[in-house]
Write a protein that binds this ligand. Structure first.
Ligand SMILES: Nc1ncnc2c1ncn2[C@@H]1O[C@H](COP(=O)(O)OP(=O)(O)OP(=O)(O)O)[C@@H](O)[C@H]1O
Length: 637
């Protein structure tokens, strides 16, 4: 799971972090309750955050936009599975054995640190220190270790930490040898406490285990995609960087199941001209080490991206992230280097977004081949396969396996039943493995009903025969885009944040209207019953139009009220004044970023805001068609 982006997040210089925390967006984010440390009155627990009212609304909006952009657009099958997952599932997926990071502890305080992060920080400091006076060969040796950190196992990390004399940060105490730490939260299921479970570390497994039923639901046809939005849990060794590395977070994951022999995508043409910054393996390892803008059509044609389906999702991810307000020039797609990828993966790219913590992985996009379905199929003894009907019958050599029922019954008695069932359902891949053993003169081991059986040719006859085939069974490949909603939202906060040029103390979030927590705020200019009543009826009209809004009757200066809503990223403010009551019935409508104001009739304002929010009307069109209002009150705070 380690990646360069992860390291980039963690290895950020303290100075940069403090800057982000002290000034600018982070300060506003916590003060205005976008998100706050959980359990604050009890001293908080690292790695857990609550979303307050505006944060909650934004998260709902982003999730809803994600659902629209991916699930509805692609007719995906959405599922919702439990977070508590039995051990067998996560054993099969490899998480029980391998979902680990290497940890070291401070010899005196017992504080825990991630071994690779300490090594990386130490090597970077060494390479950047002009006083270190490294000889060229020592320098290139350190650079080499730095580049290969992700490949190091426990002993390798331990040797490197010792060689470079790495101590615990801050205390400078000695550290222990690295040891693996599983990131899953373990729990027990049921009152007896004897069934082990874990809080899921990703939502994907729920989709894999439901593959058979989902395929049936889809009429047995491929390709199809299933999606799940939900909480995931990782007991991160050292959670930090606000929402970027937490212990409970929302993931939105897609598993797109496809025929491994045909990974073209029917809608690829719709994204082939999308031109994101691509940071391919070749660009990461050349001299310049810079990403380049390239159309997805070219990237597939030049085989930089492995196939159309993976490129299609890179394109859709780009459009989604830019659509919700991520700056396109601060978004890049970085290809995994061969040493970063799991052995079964065909190609992986991370959508990385630049923020004050460096380049951060927000979305992982991977062609995971047939690994996950095969793993669950083998462990559950449930074939997770699809069927492809050939256009014309084919004549092919196939392995035909015939279990010898009588011999199995005689040798294993009742216990032979699951073995018999398992042999009846052998896939071509399994049959080939067994035949290989037989050809080498060895028995094959077959697991069934929770035990291993030694299977000999006397129990199973396997022959190669030419058969007329009208179709074939196969294990689909899966292409997985995996989104971390919290990381995306945090980066979006930073990209949306600015201070007004006229007054540096005035913070603004230029959220896209669809993302903004409230679409409008309604102000009576002064506290008068008639003005308050009109403001409330406009608010009711906004609510009827489905627009989240607020009424501020505090009577503080209008400039202060504008500043408050700007800080929440509210795109439109509506002010009711005496002209509304005594004059032509108009109110002022102010746009957040230009601060320009027009006069609109009170009965028309809700519909106009709705058109602005949906994009049916632009602010420029409003300026062109409505009388301007001089914003006398704007700076008059
Ligand atoms: N601890 C975390 N806190 C917040 N979001 C996370 C965390 N771990 C993963 N994510 C999000 O889930 C997405 C998919 O998870 P994935 O397993 O690919 O992450 P990862 O490669 O383990 O991430 P990292 O290397 O940064 O830990 C990530 O791109 C990220 O947006």
């Amino acid at each position: 799971m380690a990646s360069a982006a992860k390291a980039a997040v963690e290895a950020v210089q303290d100075g940069v972090k403090k800057l982000a925390v002290k000034e600018g967006s982070t300060n506003v984010l916590e003060r205005r309750l976008f998100f706050i440390p959980s359990f604050k009155i009890y001293g908080s627990v690292a790695g857990f955050y609550d979303f307050g009212p505006p944060g909650c609304a934004i998260k709902q909006n982003v999730t809803q936009l994600w659902r629209q952009h991916f699930i509805l657009e692609e007719s995906m099958l959405e599922v919702e599975c439990p977070a508590v997952t039995p051990e067998a599932v996560l054993k099969a997926s490899g998480h029980v054995d391998r979902f680990t990071d290497f940890m070291v502890t401070d010899a005196k305080t017992g504080d825990c640190h991630r071994a690779d992060h300490l090594l990386k920080a130490a090597l970077e400091a060494l390479l950047e220190d002009p006083k270190a006076g490294l000889m060229p060969e020592k320098k290139s040796e350190a650079e080499d270790v730095l580049a290969r950190i992700d490949e190091l196992d426990g002993p390798g990390l331990g040797a490197a930490l010792t060689k470079y004399g790495v101590k615990a940060p801050e205390t400078k105490n000695d550290i222990s040898a690295p040891f693996p730490f599983n990131l899953m939260f373990k729990t027990s299921i049921g009152p007896k406490g004897d069934t082990v479970g874990y809080l899921r570390p990703e939502t994907a497994q729920g989709i894999f285990v439901n593959f058979k039923d989902l395929l049936y639901y889809n009429g047995g046809k491929l390709p199809f995609a299933a999606a799940q939005i939900g909480q995931s849990y990782r007991n991160e060794i050292s959670p930090r960087a606000g929402l970027l590395r937490v212990r409970e977070f929302t993931q939105a994951e897609i598993e797109h199941f496809v025929n491994p022999d045909d990974k073209d995508h029917p809608k690829f043409a719709s994204v082939q001209d999308v031109t994101p910054l691509l940071f391919s393996c070749a660009l990461q390892t050349n001299e310049a080490k810079r990403p380049e803008a390239m159309s997805l059509g070219d990237a597939v044609a030049q085989k930089i991206i492995a196939n159309q389906t993976l490129a299609y999702f890179i394109g859709r991810t780009y459009l989604f992230l830019v659509g919700i307000g991520i700056a396109s020039e601060r978004l890049r797609f970085r290809q995994h280097l061969p040493n970063e990828m799991a052995h079964y993966a065909e190609d992986c790219w991370d959508a990385e977004v630049e923020c004050s913590y460096g380049w951060v992985e927000c979305v992982g996009l991977a062609d995971r081949s047939a690994y996950d379905l095969r793993a669950h199929s083998a462990a559950s003894k449930t074939p997770l396969e699809a069927y492809e009907k050939f256009a014309e019958p084919r004549y092919e050599q196939v392995l035909v396996a015939k279990p010898n029922k009588a011999a199995i019954g005689k040798q294993f008695k009742k216990e032979g039943k699951p073995l018999q069932e398992s042999l009846d359902a052998l896939t071509q891949e399994d049959a080939a493995c067994i035949k290989k053993s037989f050809d080498e003169g060895k028995p094959a081991t077959v697991s069934a009903g929770g035990r291993d059986f030694e299977v000999t040719p006397a129990l199973l006859d396997i022959k190669q025969e030419e058969q007329k085939l009208s179709g074939r069974k196969f294990t689909p490949s899966v292409i997985e885009p995996s989104f971390g909603i919290g990381r995306i939202i945090y980066c979006m906060f930073e990209h949306a944040y600015y201070a007004r040029e006229s007054n540096e103390d005035k913070s603004v979030f230029r959220f896209k209207a669809a993302v903004a927590p409230l679409k409008a705020a309604v102000f009576p200019l002064v506290q008068q019953p008639e003005l308050n009543a009109t403001a409330r009826s406009i608010s009711a009209a906004l609510t009827r139009a489905g627009l989240a809004n607020t009424v501020d009757t505090t009577g503080t200066t209008i400039g202060k009220r504008y500043a408050r809503t700007d800080e929440l990223g509210v795109p439109y403010d509506i002010t009711v004044d005496r002209t509304t009551i005594d004059g032509d019935g108009s109110v002022t409508l102010r746009e957040r970023d230009t601060t320009a104001q027009v006069r609109v009739h009170q009965d028309a304002v809700a519909e106009l805001v709705q058109q602005l929010v949906t994009g049916a009307v632009t602010w420029q069109m409003v300026l062109d068609t409505h009388p301007a209002q001089q914003p006398a009150a704007e700076d008059n705070t």
